[in-house]
Design a protein around this ligand. Sequence first.
Ligand code: PGA
Length: 260
Amino acid sequence: MSSTELLVIGNWKMNGSRAALADFARAFSGVSIGCDAGLCVPFTLLAAAQSALLGTELRWGAQDCSEEAEGAFTGDVSAAMIAECRASYVIVGHAERRRVHAESEGQVANKVQRVLACGMTPIVCIGESSEERDANQTKAVLRRQLMQVIRALNHDIRSVVIAYEPLWAIGRGQIASPGLIEEAHGFIADAITFNAKHTAHGVRIIYGGSVTPGNAAAVFTRRLVGGALVGGASLRAEDFMAICHAAATCAQQRLAAWTQ
Ligand code: PGA
């Protein structure tokens, strides 16, 4: 992976429909987006995404998977089932799953392994709550969440995308300040370099939490930000496209700076 490439992932959460997906796909059909990008849809839209997004540069993925391979787990969906829809990405450990479904760090690590075993890329969400930030626990929380995954993968997380999503910035319209994003990304990169078998250069660290077309460029220009995980603003094709274009512009600027 070149360090100039950015990744923009949409997370539709429990929103959308076949009609909305068809409209979204139409807006991207034949359009050059200039960055790596994907859309993580509800399970019921995965098969539709497989056909609708084929004529676009977007890849597609799911928002969760089971930590089990198969069997008597009513209501769950396995990584293999998601892979059958030719998905590229699975979001794992999103704050809403850790909080609402009480997902443990061990479960998150198991899911990451399932996703990798099926040839897809896990997008592992880590981040602190406002209470944890106020109590000066941000680094401890990030380290703990990250270490669980690093250990589970035998200290090689080059096939994983890390999404830093402070809980207090998700769905609030209140983005973390660029300085704070850079600080957290720097801490995560250092933690990877110190604890993995490789440096952080081979790992994409993306930011999530109230990214919009209006603030995307300011996020992308920060050091160590490798892209964005976008919730609300991914529901409108034109907003998501604008964020992808901001990522493409930033990548060109980084490349120009590197080759000067
Ligand atoms: P948001 O969601 O962009 O609506 O804040 C981000 C996320 O939860 O992944």
